[in-house]
Design a protein around this ligand. Structure first.
Ligand code: HEC
Ligand code: HEC
Ligand code: HEC
Ligand code: HEC
Ligand code: HEC
Ligand code: HEC
Ligand code: HEC
Ligand code: HEC
Ligand code: HEC
Ligand code: HEC
Length: 322
């Protein structure tokens, strides 16, 4: 902030005389920027669009639309800090958010803000949005990132939204770095592809009404309907998959066969690993005469490869086999 009292203070009473109650439209930013030159960037954003009557600048309240008014402030800034200061701890989160919601309350994406986990945990709009900075090239929105990292998997300078989220969500940060993961760090999928950060009524603030519908929105081939469904799949994709990342292939919660054995204890063929006849592999000289097909290679998936459902006829379909 550039505060030059010697230069500015003598002039401010004169300004107040000229514009008695509140500074008229065009003068507001000038008055404020006399001391707050560093904040001029806001005039280059959508909020600074003079032609848009809904924007702070267009409404003639380039600064006060968000910060409110405080006529005594320019004369004695320290004694009269602004009504809405967006620094954490000075003003309740709800009040800070309220300043934004005055204009954005009607946005349908923000319809469930109040009931969302973010609002209820005092996360504020400006924890994610950097409103004083124009969006970087190629992005629609400017985000806050405390320590911008060079994204390792993209070769553009594009800011990726997830970097804002993982500042707070450390556990998810670990998950999206696991060997099998949704390509978030690669920039192909964003956190907001699945979540509405502005709040949603669904568990986990996911965008769609149910979890499976969320997954189907991209993986339409898993939707069916299939002649033979696998009830576990119809019920919840997360019975077998982790949404963010996993150390097992294909985002699986566990490795096969353990995964299947959580639910399938005993079937027409035993779920046990070894018998007198069969071992993990065929070892010359050992009593086991062959490798157990249920555990080598892709294990249960060697045969049950239509795991999400099958349209094959008869028993092949019924038992989800190839
Ligand atoms: C005479 C110089 C001067 C003028 C004119 C001025 N300010 Fe300030 N402003 C300051 C100073 C100095 C501070 C720091 C006060 C402090 O440290 O508590 C400040 C603080 C602020 C803050 C709080 C920043 C924070 O840390 O949260 C806001 C917001 C603000 N000013 C907005 C405005 C707006 C809007 C206007 C125009 C209506 C304006 N100021 C006009 C000098 C000025
Ligand atoms: C769209 C709402 C909005 C508008 C319009 C706006 N501000 Fe801000 N201002 C904020 C928010 C939010 C912050 C908190 C820091 C951040 O998120 O960038 C902030 C921070 C500040 C600060 C503290 C800066 C710091 O580094 O701590 C000052 C001073 C300030 N604004 C002055 C101004 C002035 C002067 C104008 C008009 C030219 C203005 N603001 C217009 C929302 C706004
Ligand atoms: C005086 C009304 C007004 C206030 C107050 C206001 N905005 Fe806006 N905002 C607008 C308008 C108008 C637009 C441009 C049209 C749109 O995208 O809806 C906009 C656009 C945005 C965008 C879209 C990105 C962009 O730059 O186009 C974001 C993000 C945003 N505002 C966040 C905020 C936040 C955070 C606050 C509070 C700190 C805030 N706004 C306060 C009117 C306002
Ligand atoms: C947890 C982070 C986060 C918080 C908190 C947050 N936003 Fe956003 N916002 C985003 C992301 C991510 C996008 C871009 C993706 C999208 O549209 O959902 C966005 C987009 C927007 C847009 C432009 C999108 C559009 O199509 O309208 C506006 C306006 C906006 N936010 C306003 C707000 C306001 C106002 C608040 C506070 C009430 C707020 N945001 C709080 C993350 C956040
Ligand atoms: C300033 C810190 C902060 C930022 C930044 C942030 N969050 Fe959050 N988020 C929280 C807090 C606090 C909670 C509530 C506690 C919890 O569930 O962990 C939460 C909860 C959530 C939840 C859980 C909802 C539930 O019902 O369990 C989701 C999903 C989420 N955030 C997504 C995001 C996304 C996406 C972004 C980036 C666009 C983001 N968050 C950015 C702090 C943050
Ligand atoms: C492919 C879709 C998808 C993507 C991409 C995604 N999530 Fe999630 N996330 C989910 C699902 C599904 C849940 C579980 C919801 C439930 O419990 O019903 C979840 C749960 C969460 C939760 C709450 C439970 C927990 O694990 O702590 C948070 C917080 C969260 N996600 C944050 C994020 C963040 C941050 C990002 C981006 C780095 C992200 N998510 C990307 C689908 C996704
Ligand atoms: C926004 C679109 C989108 C949504 C929603 C989505 N995915 Fe994905 N998913 C992808 C993309 C993109 C890939 C990577 C495909 C590739 O690399 O070929 C992927 C890959 C996968 C993979 C394979 C991972 C691997 O290691 O090969 C699984 C399993 C998966 N998703 C399950 C899910 C589940 C379960 C959900 C619901 C919680 C879901 N997806 C929601 C886009 C999405
Ligand atoms: C009963 C456990 C189970 C459930 C439930 C399940 N999957 Fe899978 N999924 C698997 C297994 C096992 C694989 C690995 C298949 C392979 O390697 O051939 C897989 C692989 C995938 C893949 C990557 C490979 C491919 O076939 O495209 C995607 C995407 C996927 N699942 C999406 C989903 C979606 C979406 C749902 C919910 C509608 C879901 N899964 C429910 C077990 C399950
Ligand atoms: C969350 C529990 C769950 C998991 C995990 C699970 N299944 Fe299932 N599976 C079921 C249920 C429930 C049925 C329906 C059983 C019935 O209709 O009697 C079923 C049916 C089947 C069927 C058809 C059997 C029949 O009688 O119709 C096969 C084959 C099958 N599962 C194989 C697998 C394989 C292979 C895996 C591991 C990749 C697996 N399942 C993981 C719950 C699960
Ligand atoms: C070598 C191929 C093969 C492998 C490997 C295999 N299955 Fe099967 N499975 C079948 C066939 C074929 C059927 C149909 C049985 C019949 O027609 O008698 C079947 C039937 C089933 C059934 C439905 C019948 C019942 O008794 O409920 C389940 C459940 C099942 N398998 C689970 C598994 C699990 C779990 C694994 C991994 C531990 C596995 N299968 C490995 C070939 C295989």
């Amino acid at each position: 902030m550039a505060y030059r009292p010697s230069l500015v203070l003598p002039f401010s009473p004169i300004l107040l005389l000229l514009f008695p109650l509140s500074a008229p439209a065009a003068e507001e930013p000038a008055t404020c920027l006399a001391c707050h030159q560093d904040q001029a960037g806001v005039l280059d954003t959508r909020h600074g669009t003079a032609g848009d009557p809904d924007s702070p600048a267009g409404s003639g309240r380039a600064c006060s639309a968000c910060h409110g008014t405080n006529d005594a402030h320019p004369d004695d800034p320290r004694g009269n800090p602004f009504p809405v200061r967006f620094t954490r701890g000075t003003v309740p989160a709800r009040e800070q958010t309220g300043a934004c919601m005055e204009c954005h309350g009607g946005n349908r994406h923000l319809a469930f803000w109040e009931s969302g986990r973010h609002a209820r945990n005092d996360v504020r709009c400006n924890d994610c949005h950097a409103v004083h900075a124009p969006p970087p090239r190629g992005s629609a929105v400017a985000f806050t990132r405390r320590d911008p990292s060079a994204a390792p998997f993209v070769n553009t300078g594009r800011e990726l939204e997830y970097e804002t989220c993982i500042r707070c969500h450390k556990r998810v940060r670990i998950e999206i770095g696991k060997p099998s993961h949704h390509p978030v760090v690669e920039g192909k999928v964003a956190c907001s592809s699945c979540h509405n950060p502005h709040g949603a009524q669904s568990p986990g603030m996911i965008r769609h009404e149910t979890l499976n519908v969320q997954c189907w929105s991209c993986h339409a081939d898993k939707r069916g309907p299939f002649l033979f469904q696998h009830p576990a799949v119809e019920e919840n994709c997360l019975s077998c998959h982790s949404p963010h990342g996993s150390s097992h292939t294909k985002l699986l919660n566990e490795r096969v066969p353990n995964l299947c054995q959580d639910c399938h204890d005993w079937s027409r063929h035993p779920g046990t690993a070894y018998s007198a006849d069969q071992g993990f592999e065929r070892i010359p000289g050992s009593p086991a005469r062959s490798a157990n097909t249920r555990f080598v290679a892709r294990s249960c998936l060697n045969c049950h490869n239509a795991i999400h459902g099958s349209n094959a006829p008869a028993t092949r379909g019924k038992y989800l086999t190839r």
